[in-house]
Design a protein around this ligand. Structure first.
Ligand SMILES: C[S@@+](CC[C@H](N)C(=O)[O-])C[C@H]1O[C@@H](n2cnc3c(N)ncnc32)[C@H](O)[C@@H]1O
Length: 229
């Protein structure tokens, strides 16, 4: 007799964890999860000095936007509790394993940064790296960060941004924008995130532009810093 019992495929199961409005692509989702797992060490080596400063003295309860596979777990204080705003379900298994390795208590919220399901003024620290380039609406995400931060709470960031106009790097960012965005799930190298953060209504903002030396030319212009709610 034929047995017609079906099991949900793992692909369908993971994909179904994506929140409404976030398109989880099985092939590119898995590729990006593997890419950031393999290349994370190299990327972090380039950004480490600036992350160390921006992520210094974090409180033990941290909300991270788009933590991916856990590039920033190493910057959390010991005994930290991380609330991960991570809509891409293909990142979740590696992120869970990395949190276990680092001894970080992890709660994953499969929501987008544009609509964070946390109450107003409820957190002391929000961090992000290489995320505001990818979200659909960075201004809406910054408004959400301000909403959930308690007065005096800190947003610490390390992001890549558009190069100065009429420079070779800016031309490369322009020329490669479509294949880059396709490969890295919506990532734009053309955003002026420093201006957006400065205009987001924080009480004070400290932003440092810097450059990394990498063959990934569109990805060489960065900012890091903090903004106080
Ligand atoms: C380029 S990866 C960076 C991952 C990690 N932060 C790092 O530095 O390696 C961008 C991350 O942002 C997440 N992301 C994309 N859209 C998002 C959104 N609307 N809200 C929150 N996170 C988002 C992706 O799933 C991915 O994990």
């Amino acid at each position: 007799m034929t047995n017609f019992t079906t099991r949900p495929s793992p692909v369908t199961t993971l994909r179904s964890l994506a929140p409404q409005g976030f398109e989880a692509n099985p092939a590119r989702g898995r590729f990006n999860s593997a890419f950031f797992s393999v290349m994370g060490g190299y990327i972090n080596w380039n950004m480490h000095q600036h992350k160390t400063k921006a992520f210094a003295e974090l409180s033990p309860n941290v909300v991270e936007l788009g933590p991916g596979v856990g590039a920033n777990l190493r910057y959390l204080p010991s005994g930290a509790r991380l609330t991960a705003i991570e809509p891409n379900p293909y990142m979740h298994p590696r992120l869970r394993r990395a949190a276990r390795r680092h001894g970080v208590e992890l709660e994953i919220r499969s929501v987008v940064g544009e609509r964070i399901d946390l109450p107003d003024a409820s957190v002391e620290a929000v961090i992000s790296s290489l995320v505001l380039c990818t979200v659909s609406d960075p201004a809406a995400v910054l408004a959400e960060i301000r909403r959930i931060l308690a007065p005096g709470g800190r947003f610490s960031f390390a992001e890549h941004v558009a190069a100065r106009p009429r420079t070779p790097t800016r031309w490369a960012q322009r020329i490669l924008r479509r294949p880059w965005a396709w490969t890295f799930e919506g990532c734009s190298c053309e955003r002026d995130l420093a201006s957006l953060i400065a205009a987001a209504g924080f009480t004070s903002v400290d932003i440092k532009p810097y450059r990394i030396h990498s063959p990934f030319v569109p990805f060489t212009t960065h900012i890091a810093g903090t903004a106080i709610a």
